[in-house]
Design a protein around this ligand. Structure first.
Ligand SMILES: C[S@@+](CC[C@H](N)C(=O)[O-])C[C@H]1O[C@@H](n2cnc3c(N)ncnc32)[C@H](O)[C@@H]1O
Length: 201
């Protein structure tokens, strides 16, 4: 299947960087993503995982972030499910996953990032944060998940805009929190995809 047919927000240059980092992580541990949506980034990471025999866990409650709700800027009426009176990306994601033949490498987790983090035990080679964009959601994603990244593993954050005129602040704010913690080394910022490497546990 071609990725261009998958609804999502990732730019092609960001996709290449995401795949590159995911393929570096196979020896360190599985990858984990917060924010599946319709699976665009999951299929990119999943393809890298297939090549290196790694696994991706992808988390989403599938009812959309604040900006996807009815009347909001990024609402997509094709993803509104009248049967449950809710935004619902799960059917579209499952359709894309089936077409991709990556089922053995992408494991969907349906739920909220915070609830799943409470039970999480597996060390992770990479965490990709692309979930809710409120400060509360972004900070929770960072605080709950960064401890699970192994030493020399990677933290990736999407929608990091150093210039406020380019986009919302919370992903950039958690990027700054990660840098200030001294636990992470800043590796690159490819468009709005920030890559950090964990140097301290
Ligand atoms: C920007 S979209 C993800 C885009 C996706 N990574 C892609 O490449 O197309 C954000 C997603 O995060 C999900 N989300 C927001 N807050 C969440 C939370 N607290 N727990 C789990 N999923 C959440 C939303 O349902 C939405 O599907």
């Amino acid at each position: 299947m071609t990725l261009n047919t998958v609804k999502g927000f990732l730019d092609n240059i960001e996709a290449i960087e995401l795949a590159k980092i995911a393929s570096k992580c196979s020896a360190l541990g599985p990858c984990l993503e917060i924010g599946t949506y319709c699976g665009k980034s999951a299929l990119i990471i999943g393809e890298a995982c297939k090549k290196t025999n790694n696994l991706l866990f992808t988390i989403d409650h599938h009812t959309g972030s604040e900006e996807h709700q009815l009347g909001q800027e990024y609402h997509d009426s094709e993803l509104y499910d009248e049967n449950v009176s809710s935004f619902n990306t799960l059917p579209e994601f499952l359709k894309n996953l089936k077409k991709s033949n990556l089922n053995n490498y992408i494991l969907p987790l349906i739920g909220t990032s915070k609830e799943l983090a409470k039970e999480w035990k597996l060390p992770l080679g990479m965490v990709f944060i692309d979930g809710g964009h409120s400060m509360e959601a972004a900070l929770a994603d960072y605080e709950y998940w960064y401890p699970h990244i192994v030493k020399n593993g990677y933290l990736l954050i999407h929608d990091v805009f150093p210039n406020p005129e380019d986009g919302g602040r919370p992903p950039y704010e958690i990027f700054c929190v990660a840098k200030k913690s001294k636990k992470f080394k800043n590796i690159s910022l490819v468009k709005s995809l920030a890559v950090l490497k964990k140097i301290e546990i």
